[in-house]
Design a binder for this molecule. Structure first.
Ligand code: UD1
Ligand code: CA
Length: 451
């Protein structure tokens, strides 16, 4: 049976107290909407529809950035979850299959859970995802008769007896497309909130004699985010899970809770990660590397055997080949660093290509920006760049070439050549001693004057 994924993301999220629509607030550097889309993508949906309202344009572009084929429909007024699904009616008109509804602010539903809903759908017209709530609060309550889900009652409309039920509605629902929209036709808004509740579909389906059941998942999967405090909690939950997965895959995290990961961080086996390392989006680290303390990585690739940090910054486009060493207070951006090359201290390498076996001395800077344009620096294999070399790009240093410390290199250095560009040293014998004596006398004179 093919599946269409519908993600409800039109709500305002008042409690975020933000100009940014709630579903665009990030967890591990991806909007929570993208986490929901990724969760749903596990079912390989034939179609994905996002319902947007508040911050429509921003929500649309975030959805399209993740999936260019996504259909985004606008819900101008937020009249309830059934109304939100109803605005998808047209774009799903010609779709024959099941529709699964997820919420854009409930990002952690697992693939396994969604698959168990699909399995339960075989014998039912509607399947709802529920969970045993430690604190059921204001969640909708699932009223079961054995395996049959009779009705969902919203907290605001529930009796005390119904409120005592702890099996709650996560909001995830799976139903046959045709049945779903036909049931929505009968949903009214005569309830405590004056909204069209998607949850009413369940009671209506039972009235028609259709099979409805609930599948249970762990409460942590249904965590909904309504405030910044919950956003931080969600990030912490994500981090804890991602760290655990990495460790199980054979990565050592010396102080796991100090390592921050992104939703897409990939790290190979037998990599050793020291404390306080930050992985921004789009980082891949191969096996057997060491990422030392206080390093900040984003949009970069680190190959086998490399050592990064402590205190290194790898920015987007940094490509480190095998066995590269990048040391303390080194920033690398949009640069390929060849095998075994070392950039160990206090350097900026930007918009550059470095060959293999090259040594970049302390304090080397690629001067890539002239105030208007960015230019490239190219350095060959087995070159030696002296400490504090300024490489004024565009410039090329050939294989096995050298630059003298403190040089400002503005012209290409051919293969095998040594380039030095700095003022010649003058040495004046005895002059320092004279200067020291003069200073000493001045000091004494001042001391006498102030007595
Ligand atoms: C909903 C469920 C409740 C469940 C809870 C789980 C209904 C009627 N109630 O309540 O049973 O326990 O989720 O978290 O479904 N949205 C729209 N358009 C709308 C209304 C909502 O897109 O017109 C979106 C919101 O952006 C949000 C999601 O739907 O992503 C849920 O809406 P929300 O108002 O938060 O529902 P709850 O009151 O939490
Ligand atoms: Ca509500």
């Amino acid at each position: 049976m093919s599946i269409a994924l519908v993600i409800l993301a039109a709500g305002k999220g008042t409690r975020m107290n933000s100009d940014l629509p709630k579903v665009l607030h990030p967890i591990a550097n991806a909007p929570m909407l993208v986490h929901s889309m990724r969760a749903g993508a596990a079912l390989s949906p034939a179609r994905t529809v996002v319902v947007a309202g508040h911050g429509y344009d921003a929500v649309q572009s975030a959805a399209q950035a993740f999936d260019e084929d996504v259909i985004v429909v606008e819900q101008k007024e937020q009249n309830g979850t059934a109304h939100a699904v109803d605005v998808c009616r047209e774009v799903l008109q010609d779709f024959n299959g099941d529709v699964i509804v997820l919420f854009g602010d409930t990002p952690f539903v697992s693939a396994g859970t969604l698959e168990s809903m699909v399995a339960a759908k075989a014998n039912n017209a509607v399947v709802v995802l529920g969970f045993e709530a430690a604190d059921p609060g204001k969640y909708g309550r699932l009223l079961m008769s054995g395996q049959v889900l009779d009705r969902i009652v919203e907290f605001a409309d529930a009796t005390d007896e119904e409120r005592a039920v702890t099996f709650c509605n996560s909001g995830v629902m799976l139903a046959d497309r045709e049945a779903l929209f036909s049931l929505i036709d009968n949903v009214g808004a005569e309830n405590a909130q004056g909204e069209y509740y998607l949850t009413d579909v369940v009671g209506l389906a039972r009235q028609r004699g259709l099979g409805v059941t609930a599948v249970a998942c762990d409460e942590s999967e249904t965590l909904g985010i309504n405030s910044r405090v919950q956003l931080a909690e969600a990030d912490a939950i994500f981090q804890a899970k991602a760290r655990k997965e990495l460790m199980e895959l054979g990565v050592t995290l010396q102080q796991p809770t100090t390592v921050m990961l992104s939703f897409d961080t990939v790290i190979g086996r037998d990599t050793f990660i020291e404390p306080n390392v930050y992985f921004g989006p789009e980082v891949t680290v191969e096996s057997g590397t060491r990422i030392r303390a206080f390093s900040h990585l984003e949009g970069c690739h680190v190959s086998r055997g490399a050592v990064v940090g402590p205190y290194a910054r790898l920015r987007p486009g940094a490509e480190l080949s095998e066995n590269v060493h990048v040391g303390n207070f080194v920033e690398i951006k949009n640069a390929d660093v060849g095998e075994g090359t070392k950039v160990n201290h206090l350097s900026y390498i930007g918009d550059a290509t470095l060959g293999s076996g090259t040594n970049i001395g302390a304090g080397t800077i690629t001067c890539n920006y002239d105030g208007v344009m960015k230019h490239r620096t190219t350095i060959g294999d087995n070159a030696f760049i002296g400490s504090n070399t300024m490489l004024v790009a565009p410039v090329t240093v050939g294989d096995e070439a050298m630059t003298g410390s403190g040089s400002v290199i503005t012209k290409d250095v051919p293969e095998g050549a040594l380039a030095i560009s700095r003022a010649d040293q003058q040495t004046k014998l005895g002059v320092a001693r004279k200067l020291f004596e003069m200073l000493k006398k001045k000091k004494q004179k001042r001391a006498l004057e102030s007595e």
